[in-house]
Design a protein around this ligand. Structure first.
Ligand SMILES: O=P(O)(O)O[C@@H]1C[C@H](O)[C@@H](CO)O1
Ligand SMILES: Nc1nc2[nH]cnc2c(=O)[nH]1
Length: 293
């Protein structure tokens, strides 16, 4: 991990002021004519989604005031503005994870910036391990709900003073994932002939960076989780707090190991390999969804 001056200041940073978010948003608004209504966060190996955009303006994270940067393979570090299906979009090629050492204010920093840019809809994507035995590697799971496991342990991005300019103190999360967007995505997938590998289910976020033990996988299954990953929930919590509509999807990149006799071992290389296999289908799905929105 790079231990540059900038990285350390982000790791230590306890929180941000409203003015920080505003400065970042104003800087972006001054440097692009685009006024995006849709933001897309690309998961591990899924940065190709940004290739869909036309009339692109690209900002390396390091050039954007107050913006963190990603340290994980499979995550470029740039914000891409552009058009998709006639809609102005902004796409994060590279997200920030708690396990990188960032606090949750940093992990979710871009989401509040998107809100201040005028974004109304957030599309989150991730690579995840399949817990549901009927899921296959390469399936795309439309996220119905999430379990924010770090939140159970007091790591919720909304802990701390509440700024009413973003949202209420006690936001509802029972409607975190927009049902209409999910229905449209299902229709979009059916039209593309993707029904054989489309699933719907519950995503569970763990802090990472370790993959799960066998006992942990068994627990997660009994809790009702269908897929497990290391991201997404904090971004969705912050997005819902400030009133963005959310659509999420997980690419099932690997089967979790639940058998003590198994020789299989989860690894990031397999995760990235699977994303390569499905990248065009994912792009088709997101593009067709945008066309329907
Ligand atoms: O950013 P996402 O959640 O897609 O990345 C997943 C979780 C870890 O960062 C990595 C593990 O392979 O993929
Ligand atoms: N926690 C976790 N994250 C993942 N990201 C991709 N696959 C996995 C997995 O099996 N477990």
């Amino acid at each position: 991990m790079q231990v540059g001056k900038r990285t350390i200041s982000h790791l230590k940073r306890p929180s941000y002021t409203y003015e920080n978010y505003r400065e970042t948003a104003n800087w972006l608004l001054a440097h692009t004519q685009q006024r995006p209504k849709v933001a897309i966060i690309c998961g591990s190996g899924l940065g190709g989604l940004a290739d869909l955009l036309e009339n692109k303006t690209v900002f390396p994270y390091k050039d954007i005031p107050h913006f963190p940067h990603s340290t994980v393979e499979g995550h470029a570090s740039q914000l891409v503005f552009g058009d998709l299906q006639g809609k102005q979009c902004v796409c994060m090629q590279g997200r920030f994870h708690f396990y990188e050492g960032y606090n949750l204010a940093t992990v979710t920093y871009p989401v509040r910036v998107f809100f201040l840019l005028g974004v109304e809809t957030l599309i989150v994507t991730n690579a995840a391990g399949g817990l549901n035995p009927s899921f296959k590697v390469g399936d795309i799971m439309l996220i119905k709900d999430h379990i924010n496991m770090p939140g159970f342990a007091g790591q919720n991005p909304l802990c701390g003073p509440n700024d009413k300019r973003f949202g209420v103190r006690f936001p509802c999360m029972s409607d975190a994932y927009d049902k209409d967007l999910s229905r449209l995505a299902k229709e979009a997938a059916e039209e593309l002939g993707f029904s054989a590998f489309i699933q719907q289910g519950v995503y569970c976020m763990l802090a990472g960076p370790t993959f799960e033990t066998i006992a942990e996988c068994k627990v997660l299954k009994t809790l009702g989780a269908d897929a497990v990953g290391m991201s997404t929930a904090p971004e969705v919590v912050v997005a819902r707090h400030c009133g963005l509509r959310v659509f999420g999807l997980s690419l099932i990149t690997n089967e979790v190991v639940t058998d003590y006799e198994s020789q299989k071992k989860a690894n990031h290389e397999e995760v990235l390999e699977t994303t390569k296999m499905r990248t065009m289908d994912l792009q088709g799905l997101v593009s067709n969804l945008l066309a329907k929105m």
